[in-house]
Design a protein around this ligand. Structure first.
Ligand SMILES: [Zn+2]
Length: 233
């Protein structure tokens, strides 16, 4: 970094990837577990039933997040690897054709034909595969998303979110269980909404309010379901 005061603008959207996934996982863990537990508690369940439900909800949710994330990232990665391999084969089979293709890409971006060819030639001399991966496929072969890492971070973030309502339900007195869970869940949702918006460079307040309203609505619905079914089932 230069010491002439130029620090450059803070671009945020590029680093939102896995952090955003973590925030989404935590939101999901918070709200689905809180809504489930509030529904069960509103049906007058005992503490032991609530604790069992909380543990089951946390484990089931974390595993389901892990499985979903794994399969989605793994199939994306398979497609990316297939693209990269096809590119490597074309480069080996017909480097001239590939050079023209790369030059054409720079031409489309607005460089003159002569300059495009020069850029393509120089980049190909450095690392043709890297240039094609980046500029033609938009991929960095050394930094593909790992399905295992993605699934672990989803499962972990879901569990952290789910722990808030699970612990509140398990530890609070019977009178405080539902209100305590509602308040702490809404607070945590507001904070997460704000963090998510900040990571994406969007309005913090709007995102927090939106999540709190949606969370409140979801818990209201399951409270109603628990009340109705709790007396009739
Ligand atoms: Zn190519």
């Amino acid at each position: 970094m230069s010491d002439h005061g130029h620090v450059g603008e803070q671009h945020r959207s590029h680093r939102s990837g896995w952090l955003r996934a973590g925030v989404l996982g935590a939101n999901d863990g918070l709200l689905s577990t809180a809504s489930l537990l509030i529904g069960v508690a509103a049906g007058n369940a005992s503490r032991s039933v609530l604790v069992l439900t909380a543990v089951a909800a946390l484990v089931a949710g974390a595993l389901s997040m892990a499985a979903g994330e794994y399969s989605s990232v793994a199939s994306q990665r398979d497609a990316e690897l297939a693209d990269l391999q096809m590119e490597r084969r074309s480069l080996a089979a017909d480097p001239n054709e590939e050079l023209l293709e790369l030059a054409e890409l720079y031409c489309q971006k607005g460089l003159t034909q002569a300059l495009s060819m020069e850029v393509a030639q120089q980049l190909s001399a450095i690392d043709a595969f890297a240039a094609h991966s980046r500029d033609e496929l938009g991929l960095n072969p050394d930094a593909l998303t790992s399905p295992i890492q993605a699934s672990l971070s989803s499962a972990l973030s879901f569990s952290l979110g789910a722990a808030v309502p699970a612990l509140t339900m398990g530890l609070a007195s019977s009178a405080l269980r539902i209100p305590g869970t509602v308040v702490l869940t809404l607070l945590a949702l507001g904070v997460l909404g704000g963090i998510g918006a900040r990571l994406g460079g969007a309005s913090v307040t709007r995102a927090a309010v939106r999540l709190v309203l949606l969370g409140g609505g979801s818990m209201a619905v399951t409270t109603l379901v628990g009340r109705v079914l709790g007396t009739s089932v």
